[in-house]
Design a protein around this ligand. Structure first.
Ligand code: ZN
Length: 428
């Protein structure tokens, strides 16, 4: 099926922090889609054809769909849980809630709700932690595959320091992960991420099993957490007394590579920064979570200057919004507290092509280039009365984007397309 999506089209071909020649903006633009893939992006006048199905989103902006590279699927009913920092928050709220995902019916029901929330907020791809139970990953992959969403996910491996209902063993964690990986990795748009939750909840035997899986499947991502909270770092050092630092736990088991996504990275030591840069390991900035759990302020410019590629993510349910717009809003404020600047162009680059680069998938998602999958978000910067009033004084594209970044949420998402299919409201 061929269709033409018309609107004010924006995508990025370079990082605005590197160069002024970074984006393409078409005031009356269009995206030609066939079988879920972008065949061409250009001026509407050049792409229109007689008889072609057209959807006109003018005056709204059309961008590549947002990518959320760190989110917890079984925390859909943990988000907004009061008052704790990381370790208490996990034990008090998160582990008991994740225990419910042993039930396939619950996991299936939540998977549909989770993906509906992502697309309602304009997010078309995510990297998701599931619960320890294989049923949770099965449910998420099945629902994502049915929607033809590009999803990277894995069941968490965790064999200690949690209630029994959310623990596996080193061997069971390996076996379950391997079975899920062989079933889902590369099936449609699904990809498996090997997912040791973090050093505290994995024994050395389990970290070894995770390293074995990563070596056996070098094309899979590995996702985990690192240096989010000072108590977490102290406990990790107790549990791995011979490790030189937190990163050394993951290094020792062979996990450092361009496929490694390290959530948080708030309190890094100089050796860790150096080794992350040398190995291409990715940092993932989770601003709403870092503020909500009182974890600390990510050093975006410092890591960038050190040569580390960072993604930006929601981290729901430690994070407080599914919206990548709100994530960019809080990211801007965290950087302000660090004396750093995030321009609106750099912010929208980060949530699209930047996150795709962090995942090594910028040839498939994150831009509107010919051959990319047709994942799109349609944004209305006048979606609320307050935004509309502010927009009356906006003069430039950068200002419009900044209004979306600071004031926007799912109400500003007029439509979301996944592989060319509308996912929101009457259009879905
Ligand atoms: Zn997380």
């Amino acid at each position: 099926m061929r269709q033409l999506i018309r609107g004010r089209v924006l995508d990025f071909h370079a990082d605005p922090a590197d160069t002024e020649d970074n984006h393409r903006y078409l005031e009356d633009g269009a995206i030609l889609i066939e079988d879920g893939v972008i065949r061409a992006t250009g001026d509407y006048a050049d792409l229109r054809e007689d008889g072609l199905t057209e959807i006109d989103h003018r005056p709204y902006l059309i961008l590549p769909g947002f990518i959320d590279p760190h989110i917890h699927f079984p925390q859909v009913q943990v988000i907004a849980s009061w008052g704790a920092q990381l370790l208490d928050w996990l034990n008090t709220y998160t582990f008991p809630e994740e225990a419910r995902f042993a039930d396939p019916a619950h996991a299936q029901a939540m998977a549909g709700r989770f993906l509906d929330l992502l697309t309602a907020h304009g997010t078309t791809s995510a990297v998701a932690f599931c619960s320890v139970h294989p049923e949770s990953a099965e449910a998420l992959f099945a629902a994502s595959d049915a929607r033809n969403m590009a999803m990277i996910a894995g069941k968490v491996m965790m064999d200690r320091n949690a209630i029994a209902a959310v623990q596996d063993t080193a061997q069971q964690g390996y076996d379950d992960s391997k079975r899920l990986l062989e079933k889902w990795h590369g099936r449609g748009r699904q990809r498996y991420a090997i997912t040791p939750r973090f050093a505290i909840t994995s024994s050395p035997e389990q970290m070894h099993a995770a390293g074995t899986l990563a070596a056996e499947h070098p094309d899979c991502h590995v996702q985990t957490h690192m240096s989010e909270n000072l108590d977490e770092i102290a406990l990790t050092k107790q549990l791995y007394p011979t490790a030189r630092d937190y990163l050394d736990v993951y290094e020792k088991y062979g996990l450092l590579s361009e496929n490694l996504l390290l959530g948080h990275c708030v309190h890094l030591q100089p050796r860790e920064i150096k080794r992350m840069a040398e190995t291409g390991s990715r940092a993932v900035f989770c601003p709403t979570s870092n503020l909500f759990l009182g974890s600390g302020l990510f050093d975006a410019e410092g890591l960038r200057a050190a040569g580390i590629t960072s993604g930006i993510a929601t981290d729901v349910g430690g994070g407080t919004s599914y919206s990548m717009l709100q994530t960019l809003n809080e990211g801007y404020k965290v950087m302000q507290l660090r004396g750093q600047k995030l321009t609106s162009l750099a912010a929208f680059h980060w949530a699209t092509r930047g996150n795709a680069i962090a995942l090594g998938m910028d040839d498939q998602i994150g831009t509107l280039a010919k051959g990319s999958d047709a994942d799109l978000v349609v944004l209305n910067a006048s979606a609320t009365p307050a935004m509309a009033l502010r927009m009356e004084r906006a003069q430039t594209l950068a200002e419009e984007l900044f209004i979306l970044q600071i004031m926007g949420d799912d109400r500003a998402v007029a439509q979301t397309y996944v592989a060319g299919r509308p996912m929101k409201g009457d259009g879905a």
